[in-house]
Design a protein around this ligand. Structure first.
Ligand code: OGA
Ligand code: NI
Length: 362
């Protein structure tokens, strides 16, 4: 698409803005009042205790059936009630997780001219970026990011990955392999929990060798007026499943729960898992992708790594036949992920507007 060849306005790096010492943010980043982060509700002390479910995956592979089933059940309720959960004892090396965060922090601390060599374009989004969507005059988010494709192997392009820090490319391989493995296990659990065959969701995604996977590393610089803007506007993730490695020290992710936004308190060495729009479609809305957003602060910057586990991009995705009945007809029309993600690439984060627009009946 021609409108995806270039950005509609010159790109400004949010990190450079933040480091320039401004005390007021440019108008371009000021959200309308209804979209700004809500002040914490100080009257309700219980708010501070709410967190998304924390699930220990240790027993998933246990020989003890009742322990295994209890873990499956907690994943099932987390998917239905929250669309989000944290996992611990997930099998990914904690040392690797730390190395991944440290390496990407190092990348973002490189001089601007080094990072600029990787500047991205909206046609693939690969590389160093500072906006989502190509709408001229859109209000922007307070973050920069690095986006790259990992799966399927044919679209992997090492030249689009940072050559510095020197360990970066090797690390991307290692980190992606491990996190994709974990996503594969979670896909099997979700499939069984939906009453489908163990491999059915994975097969609908094209099978282990063909799935799509991309990595987005988000960098949220300190912000002099964090009450007026967002690090990432409300959105649901367009793909299948997201595995997020949050900053170990700085909270920022907020998840929608009814009318409220719940701030996730990261647990050490955990990943945050959430269901994306394609899983909502395949499950015929038994599982819903849930809106989330990121708030920023004036004291510390924040880094997060999001691994997106997606269907093969040219496969038709539609509700699984076993989940379509007379009383619950197919809620969504079929669409490929290639077609689907064009929308977010053009419009940027838009809450759940897109998956809603796929509805085939009311
Ligand atoms: C994302 C996302 C959350 C975060 O990259 O899609 O929601 O905490 N990130 O950075
Ligand atoms: Ni997201």
């Amino acid at each position: 698409m021609s409108c995806l060849q270039s950005w509609p306005e010159p790109i400004v790096r949010v990190q450079s803005l933040a480091e320039s010492g401004i005390t007021a943010i440019p108008d371009l980043y000021i959200k309308p009042p209804s979209k700004r982060p809500s002040p914490p509700n100080t009257n309700n002390h219980r708010d501070a205790d709410v967190n998304i479910p924390i699930i220990d995956l240790q027993n998933l592979l246990s020989d003890n059936r009742s322990l295994r089933e209890a873990t499956m059940r907690s994943i099932s309720s987390a998917c239905r009630e929250w669309g989000f959960f944290q996992v611990v004892n997930h099998g990914v090396s904690h040392e690797l997780m730390k190395r991944a965060r440290d390496t990407w922090r190092e990348f973002f601390s490189l001089p601007l001219e080094v990072k600029q060599e990787y500047s991205n374009k909206p046609s693939t989004y690969e590389g160093y970026g500072s906006r989502l969507g190509v709408e001229k005059g859109a209000i922007l988010d307070w973050s920069d990011y690095y986006f790259l494709h990992y799966m399927p192997p044919q679209i992997r392009n090492h030249n689009k990955w940072p050559a510095v820090p020197t360990s970066c490319r090797k690390l991307i391989e290692e980190y992606s392999e491990e996190t994709i493995k974990l996503c594969g296990i979670l896909m099997k659990v979700l499939s069984l929990n939906l009453g489908l065959g163990e491999d059915q969701l994975l097969d609908a995604f094209g099978g282990e060798e063909n799935i799509g996977a991309c990595l987005r590393v988000n960098f949220y610089p300190k912000c002099p007026q964090p009450d007026l803007t967002l690090g990432l506007s409300e959105h649901s993730d367009p793909g299948g499943l997201t595995l997020l490695l949050p900053d170990e020290n700085v909270a920022g992710l907020q998840v929608r729960k009814g009318e409220n936004w719940v701030t996730v308190k990261p647990v050490p060495n955990a990943f945050i898992v959430n269901v994306g729009d394609q899983t909502q479609v395949l499950s015929n809305a038994i599982y819903k992708s849930v809106e989330h957003r990121v708030i920023v602060n004036s004291v510390e910057d924040r880094v997060s790594l999001a691994l997106f586990y997606n269907p093969k991009s040219d496969l038709m995705i539609e509700p699984a036949k076993a989940l379509v009945t007379n009383v619950r007809p197919a809620l969504y029309s079929p669409m490929t992920f290639d077609e689907y993600r064009l929308y977010i690439r053009m419009k940027g984060p838009c809450g759940k507007a897109q998956v809603e627009s796929l509805k085939s009946y009311e």
